[in-house]
Design a protein around this ligand. Structure first.
Ligand code: NAI
Ligand code: MG
Length: 395
């Protein structure tokens, strides 16, 4: 029997293209695993009224380790219209299955490493004061709280009277007292101490393990005092156990301004859900964008690894496929890290780095081409050629 069982959830669109590429890489590095396929995505919404069927939850419950490609989400009305006629008007409501997975398994830590590979033409470059350009090496790992904050979904337009009444116990509600409830929209930012503690600890542990010198809490405690404040308290508490690692604080707005000024200064960054979402896209943009952005959703009982990109429906049917498999392959490397196969994970990242540095094989995004079937004739590598180049660099 294999040592690990990985639940593979290709999902929709290019999720189906990139996930098999990652499996080829995992096989080549000799990862001792078997794979079980699980259904997720649009197809299952349309056919069953559920994009995340119970059988998929059961598989993850059993095996606790998942690789996910991408899904297609559509607005409410469109989703309802595409539902199989036999299921219409039966109360089915579309929800994002990846958000569903995060909530169901309490995958509360989202880790998004953003490391530039030397030679990537998409790397951020900066003007030097004396003329010319420099390419600062970016190596940041973002820890985004994944289940709470503004994305927890506790919100109302036209809040019910008891909610309104409770809100009015707060003196700062006085300025809204004449606004009719129907004109009031409220989204609650809820942080729990336990979740703050877990993400701050995880950030410090990661910093210690991977040799980062600092952990930066990127929040806004001067304004959003209670929630950002709690994150800060827990970060200070965690920092006490890691004397060799500096704890810094930045505000999300200022951090975005500094994003391109000195990205090489940062190591590990911790943030709540919304700010973490923003800052991780910001850093991902400096190191190649969606074709390179990998992530892990890590909870106490299960973990699911996925590229940050979506299903890119425009490119889903192209033959040969042209999308960059690197984000998916790097996500698979994160899975290797997670199960303690760090050497194999490093081998994968090294192989990717070598292919990027050599510059012979580049997908269309790396050539800054507009996607389409003609990119191959313009010198872009197809998805499988990129995977092949990476495989050839692996022992
Ligand atoms: P997207 O990430 O699918 O694509 C945006 C653009 O980025 C693409 O048109 C393409 O130009 C580029 N791109 C994405 N992945 C790439 C890759 N591997 N290589 C090269 N270029 C790549 O985002 P979009 O178009 O906003 O959403 C499409 C669908 O995906 C929607 O239904 C959306 O809801 C869903 N989505 C799903 C996510 C997930 O599964 N976690 C995340 C984001 C969007
Ligand atoms: Mg994804």
């Amino acid at each position: 029997m294999a040592k690990h069982t990985v639940v593979t959830m290709p999902g929709d669109g290019i999720g189906k293209v990139v996930l098999p590429q990652a499996l080829r890489v995992l096989e080549k590095v000799g990862f001792d695993a078997e794979y079980v396929h699980a259904d997720i995505g649009w197809e299952f919404w349309v056919r069953e009224g559920n994009p995340l069927p119970q059988r998929t939850l059961d598989l993850l419950e059993e095996h606790k380790l998942g690789l996910f490609g991408a899904i297609t989400s559509k607005p409410k009305a469109e989703a309802a219209a595409e539902l199989d006629p036999s299921l219409r008007d039966k109360g089915y409501v579309y929800y994002s299955p990846i958000v569903g997975l995060r909530q169901h398994f309490d995958l509360d830590i989202c880790l998004r490493p953003c490391r530039s590979f030397p030679g990537n033409p998409l790397n951020f470059i900066r003007k030097k004061p004396g003329g010319g350009f420099e390419e600062p090496p970016v190596d940041v790992a973002i820890f985004r709280q994944n289940t709470e904050g503004l994305y927890a979904g506790v919100e109302w337009t036209d809040p019910p009277p008891e909610v309104r009444k409770a809100l009015e116990t707060h003196p700062k509600m006085a300025r809204f007292k004449d606004v009719p409830s129907s004109d009031l929209a409220v989204s609650c930012r809820i942080f729990t101490r336990e979740a703050c503690r877990r993400i701050c600890r995880a950030a410090f542990e990661y910093a210690a393990k991977k040799g980062y010198k600092s952990v930066t809490v990127c929040e806004k405690p001067n304004v959003v005092r209670e929630t950002s404040g709690m994150m800060g308290e827990e970060a200070r508490a965690a920092a006490g156990d890691f004397p060799g690692i500096d704890l810094w604080f930045t505000n999300i707005d200022a951090q975005m301004m500094w994003l391109t000024k000195d990205p090489e200064k940062y190591g590990v960054i911790v943030a709540g859900n919304l700010f973490g979402d923003i800052i991780s896209d910001g850093f991902a943009g400096l190191v190649g964008g969606l074709g390179f952005a990998c992530s892990g959703n890590i909870g106490p009982k299960a973990a699911v690894f996925e590229p940050t990109h979506g299903s890119a429906p425009k490119y889903a049917e192209l033959d040969p496929p042209i999308v960059n498999p690197i984000a998916m392959i790097l996500s698979a490397a994160m899975l290797l890290d997670h199960v303690g196969e760090e050497e194999k994970a490093e081998a994968v990242r090294k192989a990717v780095g070598e292919v990027v540095a050599e510059g012979r094989v580049r997908t269309y995004d790396m050539l800054r081409l507009r996607g389409g079937p003609e990119v191959i004739a313009k010198g872009a590598a197809a998805t499988e050629e990129m995977t092949q180049a990476i495989l050839e660099r692996l022992p």
